[in-house]
Design a protein around this ligand. Structure first.
Ligand code: G1P
Length: 287
């Protein structure tokens, strides 16, 4: 099957980040670093690795640090070059003009609404979505694995990840159908089901490949869980009209929207590093 390639990715980054106050009062939560790289950069790197060319950020007030991060910093670059220092560390923050697009979500009224704000830029082609709070670690990366699966089955694919039953009320949850290796047919989707009502333990960890029709569905989407316009509800309406699968991710996942998850991610990725891994390991052993 030949599928239209996935060229565009949407990054909803308009959220207030109230769970990380006071750190996120003036700084976007997406700029919180895991070791030495902001969360948003991990998501963008994962998109690039998957062959995605155009990055669409749905931003809000107070998020200009993200725009600056993906821009040229003349002072920094000139000073570093003059001192003979390598610019490798900021290489992946660079884009060709026009490959980074910003659209403003004026009110934070849900993930579904944030995605819908990008409808004119996404246009009539399939696209990816990354929730940068969710740090997905594997090689190849999560989205590259999903794009490969997409080349086989097309349609809509959400990432799937198993969590303990006492966590299912925090996420979008999948009703699984037929299983074919890592691909699971999606027969239902529910956002934040009350405890004890979840159809499975398979949650959606913030990676999606969706057909553009989802934008039409979002157009008329009523508010759902938390009185927000939910992407999960719009996706649920597409089941049956187009192929819909979950791709079970086998790598490591860190929910960096959560303080414990964020600290865990920093420890895990620090331990992986050649430059600081041994020092951090020794400290943990001492603890
Ligand atoms: C969002 C989505 C949810 C998904 C989660 C992943 O929820 O609505 O379906 O499972 O991200 O982190 P939020 O964390 O914005 O409440």
């Amino acid at each position: 099957m030949t599928q239209k390639p996935i060229r565009k990715a949407v990054f909803p980054v308009g959220g207030l980040g109230t769970r990380f106050l006071p750190a996120t009062k003036a700084m976007p939560k997406e700029m919180l670093p895991v070791v030495d790289k902001p969360l948003i950069q991990y998501a963008v790197d994962e998109a690039r690795e998957a062959g995605i060319e155009q990055m669409i950020f749905v931003t809000g007030r107070g998020k200009s640090a993200i725009e600056d991060h993906f821009d040229i910093s003349y002072e920094l670059e000139t000073t570093m070059s003059d001192r003979g220092k390598s610019l490798d560390a900021i290489e992946s923050t660079r884009f060709a003009p026009g490959d980074v697009v910003y659209v403003r979500q004026q009110e934070a009224i849900g993930l579904g609404h944030a995605i819908w704000c990008a409808r004119h830029i996404v246009g009539d082609e399939p696209f990816a979505i990354f929730l940068p709070d969710e740090l997905m670690v594997d090689s190849p990366g999560c989205m590259k694995q999903m794009v490969e699966a997409y080349a086989r089955v097309g349609g809509n694919i959400v990432c799937g990840y198993e969590v303990p039953a006492d966590q299912t009320d925090k996420y979008g949850i999948i009703t699984p159908g037929k299983v074919d290796g890592p691909l699971v047919e999606v027969t239902g989707l529910v956002e934040k089901p009350p405890r004890g009502t979840a159809p499975s333990n398979l949650m959606i960890p913030g990676r999606y490949i969706l057909q553009p029709e989802v934008m039409r569905v979002l157009e008329g989407q009523a508010r759902g869980a938390g009185n927000e316009i939910q992407l999960t509800d719009a996706m649920a309406q597409m089941i049956g009209t187009q192929p819909f699968h979950a791709y079970k991710f086998g790598g490591r996942r860190f929910d960096c929207g959560d303080k414990a998850g964020f600290i865990t991610a920093n420890i895990a990725l620090a331990l992986d590093r050649e430059d600081i891994g041994a020092t951090v390991r020794a400290f943990i052993a001492e603890l």
